[in-house]
Design a protein around this ligand. Structure first.
Ligand SMILES: [Zn+2]
Length: 464
């Protein structure tokens, strides 16, 4: 997907980078004088290598991450960034080949605060063979030009520069913009790009579309990288800052089959089915992703039904044993480190409860898939962060009878863990000595099979 520059006040940036990735030069042109220009990162001042008012040619100092401007303001600024030093300070670059780097725009994009009608357009002038990858919206008809999108800022966006795999891949009506950085050693780039595309495709098995029109995917090969996990994808997360980025750290030396069997990337892409949910209700975003990673990997044929329900059951047990004195809301407020399993799995059991209830009441016409499909049509990608109750109220608006807020009122502030034996049993999931058995004789066994079935029985368009 690409867009055209919208009306309103436009700030135009021209960014050039030398072929050795040592210096970045930036020219910023403002539509009217501005009296406040700053970078988001507190350490940005360390890498600023001279700035001047391009109208008067006066040199401009900086105080930390803020430029010292004349009282009348400035209409344009030229500045340089010591890109080499900024890259050296970014630990993501430790495992990369020297001819490609990642550096956050938080360090190099010095800009005025954005009013609702202001737009920032960034145009890159690149030397032969040098590429750039940013999360922003590519502008139609203008090579290497992007517009920053309004978005919540849950983390700092990453930008990649240099020689790396930079491809666009079509996916269920969306376009993935994949940056696969180059490690020092060998890597099967084509296989990893295919895996990213296929794994993102798992999410389109929820409602037939990918939830975001032009997501940015940054894949960082880190080897074992010092992560505790022996997963081929030891870490991933979603960054929302001027666009949506899924960031995946991978051990590029592992066989590609291991990547397909790993849940991390499916979990991260699943996050895009919800807007950014404030951290105090984080159990909703983590729990829905946790539920969907198991459902979607089964629909994709990677897990069989038995394995999916075993993983869900094991997770619910871990959730029940994690910080039973806390409610989901309290656990989310205390942070992930204090109560990870509580946060992730209390949200997942509530997602399962909502899904089963919707399917039961509507004889299969409604489901969590169909409610989230409507949410996508209405509201995604969202430019702002949402509270959990705002999200649940919106979801209730898409279904015939409210399901989400009743679950919220029952469980969000309750300590302990929602009872899950009865719902599992009704679905034909029984447990003996910790091992799950599936039975097709149970009352709701048909719903259980429908949850992990691959075909899409829901309308692609909203019903109203
Ligand atoms: Zn997550």
């Amino acid at each position: 997907m690409s867009g055209t520059a919208a009306a309103g006040v436009v700030y135009e940036y021209t960014v050039s980078i030398d072929a050795d990735l040592e210096t970045m030069r930036v020219g910023a042109r403002f539509a009217a004088p501005v009296d406040d220009v700053r970078a988001r990162s507190g350490s940005a001042g360390r890498y600023l290598d001279g700035a001047r008012d391009c109208d008067t040619d006066q040199s401009l100092g900086n105080r930390g991450r803020r430029l010292e401007l004349p009282r009348a303001g400035v209409i344009c600024v030229d500045y340089a960034i010591d890109l080499k030093r900024a890259a050296a300070a970014e630990r993501r670059n430790a495992s990369l080949s020297k001819d490609n780097i990642v550096v956050s725009p938080a360090v190099w994009l010095w800009r005025p605060p954005l009013a609702p009608d202001t737009r920032i357009i960034v145009h890159f002038e690149l030397e032969e063979g040098i590429d750039v990858s940013v999360p922003w919206l590519p502008l139609a008809g203008r090579d290497s030009s992007y517009e920053l999108l309004p978005s919540p800022r849950n983390a700092r966006a990453m930008a990649a520069f240099g020689r790396f795999v930079n491809v666009r891949r079509e996916l269920a009506g969306s376009e993935l913009r994949i940056a696969l950085l180059r490690p020092r050693g060998a890597m099967d780039s084509a296989a990893i790009v295919d895996w990213v595309h296929d794994t993102a495709g798992n999410v389109s098995l929820a409602y037939g579309r990918f939830p975001s029109p032009s997501p940015h995917v940054v894949v960082l090969p880190v080897g074992r990288g010092g992560w505790q996990s022996d997963s081929p994808v030891p870490f991933g997360r979603v960054l929302r800052d001027g666009g949506e980025t899924v960031e995946l750290f991978v051990d590029e030396r592992r066989p590609i089959e291991d990547f397909y069997d790993d849940w991390t990337a499916t979990h991260e892409f699943s996050h895009l089915m919800l807007p950014f949910v404030r951290s105090g209700h984080r159990w909703i975003s983590e729990g829905f992703a946790q539920y969907y990673q198991n459902v979607l990997l089964t629909r994709a044929g990677q897990y069989d039904e038995q394995r999916a329900w075993q993983k869900l059951y094991d997770g619910f047990e871990r959730g029940r044993n994690s910080r039973p004195e806390l409610s989901p809301n309290e656990a989310a407020r205390q942070g992930v480190g204090a109560a990870t399993m509580k946060i992730y799995w209390s949200g997942a059991i509530i997602a399962l409860m909502a899904d089963v209830e919707l399917r039961k009441r509507s004889s299969g016409r409604e489901s969590l898939d169909s409610a989230l499909g409507q949410l996508q049509h209405c509201c995604l990608p969202s430019a702002r962060s949402w509270s959990g109750t705002e999200l649940f109220e919106a979801l209730d608006g898409f279904v015939d009878y409210p399901v989400f807020m009743p679950l919220y009122r029952k469980y969000a502030d309750e300590s302990g863990f929602p009872g899950f034996e009865a719902i599992l049993e009704s679905l034909g999931v029984t447990v003996r000595n910790g091992t799950v058995r599936l039975s097709n004789d149970a009352e709701l066994a048909g719903i259980r099979r429908a949850i992990t079935r691959t075909y899409l029985n829901i309308p692609h368009e909203p019903r109203f």
